[in-house]
Design a protein around this ligand. Structure first.
Ligand code: TXA
Ligand code: MG
Length: 374
């Protein structure tokens, strides 16, 4: 492996910043997932991001900006940084941006806004809008301050694969292709940011559920978010308003092994129902991996093994032994547990459905849907 995992010391942050200013890419921690960063206004760096991730250039990137002083207007900052064109924003849209940035920045909210013509088309895939967020992770912020200019950073995984939530996971995904990964420890949230496009009338479209619960965004906007369940690639190309998001494509966040969502929580399933849901895997006598949201892992392993006569490896997304669990805790562990099962010797993955739609439950359910085989 080529990549060096660097502790987030001041010396290493300076080294990473220098590497970035020379047009290279670096793996960086954020509070959501690890990103693959490059200078947002440098075409070579942007090309490197797409090439390293094997990402098609029709999928636009998120720009990450440095913190501003409290009481400063984030929108004015974005305009001054030549990222956003405020003449294209109505007064209602400006108000919505002010409300959302005051409440959620720095943090896991990405806003899609009219772009300044100086933002390279590679960042936005030629769309008239640009996606921007202000991360709250301390290492990301220290790096942004040191670099002194915005950074484009998609999640640091190969296109369509599981997003990394540790420096080691970045190394497994991209370690042969990049020089440095800054280690900020496991990500605080574990799921990508919520992506919201602000409309002319000040309302928002939720392009990707994520680190901030939908209902919290709605409360702040005093308005419901429009949530386009699924937009096919064909329709996305047709839509010129930047309203659709490739993040809504179906084949995202997928493990290498097939993953299927069970119809119910394991403790509510009968042996027959489990065997029916897992019939493909059982016919091949495959080793099975099972993700549960809570409960006694060993007990579930014994029960399901007895039902099927197959070896079952169970991993839980939370430490809760009852059916109650925290969706924050489940979100934080989702990608790392999915990745751990994917890397083990199991051949088929199954997961319980996310029954709680509270808090981050909605975003977890979205990621499971996209990871699952259709
Ligand atoms: O939490 C995050 O957002 C992480 C960390 C690293 O910051 N980044 C991330 O980037 O998830 P990425 O590239 O994996 O996802 C970016 C999402 C994609 O779904 C993309 O389609 C959407 O943002 N996006 C970017 N620009 C857009 C635009 N102008 N209009 C609509 N969607 C856009
Ligand atoms: Mg991604």
């Amino acid at each position: 492996m080529k990549a060096k995992i660097l502790s987030a010391s001041l010396t290493n942050i300076t080294l990473a910043a220098k590497h970035l200013r020379e047009g290279n890419v670096v793996g960086i921690p954020t509070e959501t997932v690890y990103g693959l960063a490059g200078l947002a206004f440098n075409e070579d760096a942007l090309m490197r991001i797409f090439k390293t991730k094997e990402r098609p250039t029709f999928d636009p990137l998120i720009i990450h900006v440095a913190m501003i002083k409290q009481n400063q207007s984030a929108l004015k900052h974005l305009v001054r940084s030549e990222l956003v064109q405020d003449s294209k924003l109505s007064d209602s849209a400006k108000r919505a941006v002010e409300l959302l940035t005051k409440k959620f920045w720095p943090g896991p909210l990405t806003l899609v806004l009219p772009k300044n013509p100086k933002v390279p088309d590679l960042v936005t895939s030629g769309l008239p809008t640009v996606a921007i967020r202000m991360p709250r992770n301390g290492v990301a912020q220290a790096l942004l301050a040191e670099v002194g200019t915005p950074l484009a950073a998609p999640s640091a995984n190969r296109f369509g694969k599981i997003s990394p939530t540790t420096a080691e996971a970045v190394a497994k995904e991209l370690g042969d292709k990049i020089d440095f990964i800054l280690d900020g420890g496991p990500c605080e949230i574990g799921l990508e940011s919520s992506v919201v496009a602000i409309q002319e009338d000040g309302s928002g479209i939720l392009l990707r559920p994520g680190g901030i619960p939908k209902e919290e965004i709605e409360k702040t906007l005093e308005n419901s978010l429009f949530y386009p369940q699924q937009i096919s690639q064909k329709n996305r190309k047709k839509s010129s308003q930047g309203q659709a998001s490739p993040g809504l494509l179906e084949n995202h966040y997928a493990p290498n092994k097939p993953l299927k969502i069970l119809p119910k929580r394991v403790d509510l399933l009968s042996a027959e129902e489990f065997k029916k849901a897992a019939s493909d895997a059982l016919a091949k006598r495959s080793k099975i991996g099972l993700l549960v949201f809570s409960g006694d892992v060993e007990k579930v392993e014994l029960t399901v093994s007895a039902w099927t006569g197959c070896k079952i490896t169970v991993r839980s997304l939370t430490a809760s032994l009852s059916t109650e669990f925290s969706t924050d805790e489940a979100a934080k562990n989702l990608f790392s547990q999915m990745r751990a099962l994917d890397e083990s010797d199991v051949e088929f993955l199954f997961t319980e459905p996310c029954e709680s739609k509270e808090g981050l439950g909605f975003a977890i359910a979205d990621r499971l849907q996209k990871a699952a085989v259709k």
